[in-house]
Write a protein that binds this ligand. Structure first.
Ligand code: 8YV
Length: 314
């Protein structure tokens, strides 16, 4: 432990994790004392612990003259003032790898749920309609179809790996062409959407990808195409998505993240071919524990060696 108040935790992340951070690092808690950032204690803070949901803004970084590391719980860093941290030589760590499988599993869960109409089918049995009306309407086949992936990072690659079991052909579009990947690279998102039956969004959020998935992409995906988003709500233009669904220009959508979350507009929720989950990609007991452990490992490494284990940039 560096000093008693060298670690500042910005937001509560559950009793057990909060306790562990206090026991291991003597973490002080911003939500228990909002004046910490303007008090003398701010000068002693060397590391911040935060969550991707809470983030870390410019004001917080500016208030901490001795800050050298931001250890974030989560993979995305779109809520952290990365450029300012970089310019001040402050390291940022995230929790990659440990959540890839669970987020990819959920992407597949959403694909299956939307294409096979599982949520409505479940309701059909529960409402007694199966007995009353008999046969349930036909749904859409997945196996053997074409899967497009937007963003071939760790999560995109984990989504692609699972497609082998479904005998699907996979292509991707990404910021860069991954020469080491066996998957075919489509040179534009529109080309990828045109080719795909299912389009899974797995790229980072932030200004660079805002509304990348637009009405032109929905048009290219077509009336039988299905969109899945397990990345960030900001990547998909929600108004354009609702319009495309209402005009039957898109086959369906499975969304774990939604622009303006938490919550979703009723015009979206009214659509039977839409399945939504409340940003739970990484939310399994096993993965959440692994994420907590990784934050602790990053902090320990920082205090032991001066370097975090999972730097977001070098
Ligand atoms: C969320 C995530 O943090 O790691 C990320 O970037 O989006 C998720 O792990 C989590 O689902 C809570 O919002």
């Amino acid at each position: 432990m560096e000093t008693e108040s060298a670690v500042l935790q910005l937001t509560s992340m559950g009793q057990a994790f909060d306790d562990a951070l206090r026991q291991r690092f003597g973490a002080i808690r911003l939500w228990e004392d909002k004046t910490l950032l303007t008090s003398e204690r701010a000068a002693a803070v060397a590391a911040i612990v935060t969550s991707v949901r809470y983030g870390c803004d410019q004001r917080t970084i500016q208030a901490l003259p001795g800050l050298r590391a931001i250890c974030s719980w989560g993979a995305g860093v779109d809520t952290i003032a990365v450029d300012l941290a970089k310019s001040r030589g402050i390291q940022i760590s995230n929790t990659p790898d440990v959540l890839d499988d669970c987020v990819a599993d959920l992407a597949w869960g959403l694909m299956l749920a939307v294409a096979r109409d599982i949520v409505s089918a479940n309701q059909y049995v529960r409402n007694g309609e199966w007995r009353e009306l008999g046969k349930f309407p036909l749904s859409t086949r997945i196996s053997g179809k074409r899967l497009g992936i937007l963003g071939l990072g760790r999560i995109g690659a984990a989504v692609a790996k699972r497609a082998i079991g479904f005998s699907m052909e996979v292509r991707y579009f990404s910021r860069s062409h991954h020469q080491d990947s066996l998957l075919a690279f489509e040179p534009s998102l529109l080309d990828l959407a045109k080719w795909s039956d299912f389009l899974v969004v797995a790229c980072p959020g932030g200004p660079a990808t805002k509304h990348l998935v637009s009405s032109a992409v929905f048009e290219a995906l077509g009336p039988n195409g299905i969109l899945i988003n397990v990345a960030r709500g900001s990547v998909v233009d929600l108004a354009a998505l609702i319009n495309a669904l209402e005009q039957n220009k898109l086959g369906g959508a499975g969304l774990d993240v939604i622009e303006g979350e938490p919550g979703a507009p009723s015009r979206l929720l009214e659509r039977r071919n839409v399945v939504v989950t409340p940003h739970v990609g990484s939310a399994t007991r096993e993965t959440r524990l692994a994420m907590e452990r990784l934050v602790i490992d990053n902090l320990s490494s920082f205090f032991r060696t001066g370097r975090v284990l999972n730097p977001v940039f070098q």
